[in-house]
Write a protein that binds this ligand. Sequence first.
Ligand SMILES: NC(=O)c1ccc[n+]([C@@H]2O[C@H](COP(=O)([O-])OP(=O)(O)OC[C@H]3O[C@@H](n4cnc5c(N)ncnc54)[C@H](O)[C@@H]3O)[C@@H](O)[C@H]2O)c1
Ligand SMILES: Nc1nc(=O)c(N)c(NC[C@H](O)[C@H](O)[C@H](O)COP(=O)(O)O)[nH]1
Length: 231
Amino acid sequence: MRPYVFVNVAMSADGKLSTRERRQVKISGSIDFRRVDQIKAGSDAIMVGIGTVLADDPSLTVKDPELKAGRAARGEDENPIRVVVDSRGRTPIEAAILNKGSGQRIVAVAGEADEKNRELLREKADVITTGTESVDLPALLDALHARGVRRLMVEGGGTLIWSLIKEDLVDEIQTFIGNMVIGGKDAPTLADGEGFLAAQDFVGLDLADVLRMEEGILLTWKVRHQQRSIL
Ligand SMILES: NC(=O)c1ccc[n+]([C@@H]2O[C@H](COP(=O)([O-])OP(=O)(O)OC[C@H]3O[C@@H](n4cnc5c(N)ncnc54)[C@H](O)[C@@H]3O)[C@@H](O)[C@H]2O)c1
Ligand SMILES: Nc1nc(=O)c(N)c(NC[C@H](O)[C@H](O)[C@H](O)COP(=O)(O)O)[nH]1
């Protein structure tokens, strides 16, 4: 079993999530940032890859006090469970995601992660070890479901999103497209990794909503799941 998984990113008009130097770019306007806060507050967990932690040092906390109060009224922590996918356990112990705001943290590492790193991270987070070189994403989602996670928001980055999509683990993609061109053939996009080559492997989407938002546009897609042959 796994949670409902939805990706939320902001990208430039040319599809970039940040610069080729992975320097964070403010793409969302105030309305989209508020929307992101709302969907974060409505999630049981929010997940990022270690690349995003090292590049942006995000706290992934809920910002609006009313949204936090709403979570408390439902008997929830003020922040969703924050999950870092981090094969080698490189999450800095002083990272914002481990120190800012209350709530549970999970760092998912792979078997190869250094035991010392795992020990250190256990002071601030639950450490889940799954997979050998990279984190076993189906197993991680199963573990999150077993912990009661039913709605999982994935913030990025492109490498993590690619793996989740490739393993057919994403149900919905929300992307805010902002009114700027970042450029750069090596700048990160919504789905990086090795990419598909054959058209029959491309992941199909159904357009669920289009919304103009300031000078940008918010697209919501539902992912068409692979027709798994039932053996
Ligand atoms: N604009 C946005 O909405 C947005 C959101 C998040 C991140 N970003 C940007 O994305 C960039 C970071 O993205 P990224 O692709 O470098 O890193 P990422 O955040 O996607 O993390 C990828 C890393 O996670 C680890 N990992 C472990 N198991 C894995 C698995 N099974 N599959 C995939 N990864 C696994 C690996 O070390 C891998 O390199 C930054 O520049 C950041 O600013 C933008
Ligand atoms: N939705 C969105 N619009 C953007 O313009 C932008 N640059 C990000 N980037 C994603 C990044 O990883 C974190 O969402 C932010 O860094 C927020 O981090 P905080 O929780 O405020 O610490 N995300």
